[in-house]
Design a protein around this ligand. Structure first.
Ligand code: CP3
Length: 336
């Protein structure tokens, strides 16, 4: 929270995107017990437990609520399912489907997630930041339109060109619901929130403005109007040079950096405020020198300004928990 307010801390605080997940045997155990992935997200006992697992093991400075960005389409009755080995799937939406979307029961549907947030704030040490989150409208829309993940989001890009009005309606509805959801998470005890625009990098310049910047700015404005002290981290993966004025245009307090962002550019971005990132998650799999040099590069470039140490994207199931331990020790100045 101090870094989000603009302070420089040495050592910097650290947490990892997807820190609760399949690389941890204790996660896989609860996951097997829970039944489906969505059951895991909607059962506070289980969701609290898996959120706390990485905090117990590694004493990260932040816990991130265990849930998924696709609970919003699930609340919109898109028949979301997570099948083993397929990634997320849902019913693909069309122009008529967009006109019929009804978000009026969003917070009732997501009540178990809000209950998880309440319990977490009580269970976590007071010095551990609790992060809430949601997906950015563009990223959530890519799954709603294709009905599944794709490498380049061609279905959503094509839909946006062919049906600009319906697409705008979808993005603006998602922005409004996301803002309500984030405010509810803050009221339930989240100290700060992160908005994931994981697919921002496939957009052309004009589309980045319209589909990534504009809805992100709208969410942040709406949250801050209602909760003026709220802190927001915006993560636009793959946005590259377009991050130059992203903080200023969206109103985000901190910006997340994927591993393709050059560190000298990251230093420029850090002059305007806190940054978070950006270790390549594959360094967590490789370990050894690859891990050490990646950590040291980030600390050398960004350690003298407001930095939240993190990966450039989520940790993968192949990462060794032992490498996470080495990472935390090295960032905190212990012997690695
Ligand atoms: O520890 C944490 O980070 C909190 C929980 C969290 C999950 N998903 C749990 C999860 C968070 C913050 C997310 C965000 C999310 N979900 C994003 C944005 C961040 C990013 O990774 O880009 C996106 C795009 C999704 C959608 C999603 N959920 C996909 C594409 C997948 C399948 C890919 C995969 O990693 O399996 C998921 C499933 C998912 N969400 C898992 C977890 C732990 C794995 C499912 C399982 O355990 O069976």
């Amino acid at each position: 929270m101090q870094v989000l307010e603009g302070q420089t801390l040495s050592p910097p605080p650290i947490w990892l995107m997807r820190q609760a997940g399949r690389y941890l045997p204790e996660y896989r155990e609860v996951r097997a017990k829970a039944g489906s992935f969505l059951d895991l997200c909607y059962t506070p006992d289980h969701a609290v437990e898996v959120t706390l697992q990485p905090i117990r093991r590694f004493a990260f400075d932040a816990a991130i609520l265990f849930s998924d960005i696709l609970v919003i389409p699930d609340a919109l009755k898109r028949n979301v399912r997570f099948t083993e080995g397929h990634g997320p799937e849902m019913d693909p939406i069309d122009v008529d489907g967009i006109a019929r979307l009804d978000g009026s029961r969003l917070l009732q549907h997501l009540e178990p997630v809000l209950e998880t947030v309440r319990r977490l704030r009580g269970a976590l040490p007071p010095e551990t930041t609790l992060l809430g989150f949601c997906g950015a409208p563009w990223t959530v829309a890519t799954y709603m339109i294709a009905g599944h993940g794709t490498p380049d989001q061609a279905p959503a890009r094509l839909f946006a060109y062919r049906h600009p009005k319906a697409f705008e309606t979808l993005l603006m509805l998602l922005a409004e619901l996301s803002a309500d959801y984030l405010v509810a998470q803050i009221d339930a005890g989240a100290d700060a929130v992160q908005i994931f625009d994981s697919w921002a990098g496939v957009l052309g310049a004009r589309e980045f403005e319209a589909f990534a910047v504009k809805p992100m700015a709208r969410i942040i404005r709406s949250v801050k109007q209602r909760r003026p002290n709220a802190k927001v981290i915006a993560f636009a993966k793959g946005a590259g040079y377009q991050l130059k004025d992203y903080r200023q245009k969206t109103g985000a307090d901190a910006i997340g950096l994927d591993w393709s962002v050059p560190l000298d550019f990251a230093v420029e971005l850090q002059k305007d405020g806190p940054v978070q990132g950006n270790l390549d998650p594959m360094r967590m799999v490789a370990g050894g020198v690859a891990l050490e040099e990646g950590i040291d590069d980030i600390l050398q470039h960004l350690g003298n300004g407001p930095l939240i140490f993190n990966l450039g994207h989520g940790i993968t199931p192949q990462a060794a928990p032992e490498n996470v331990r080495l990472l935390v020790e090295r960032v905190r100045g212990g012997r690695a």
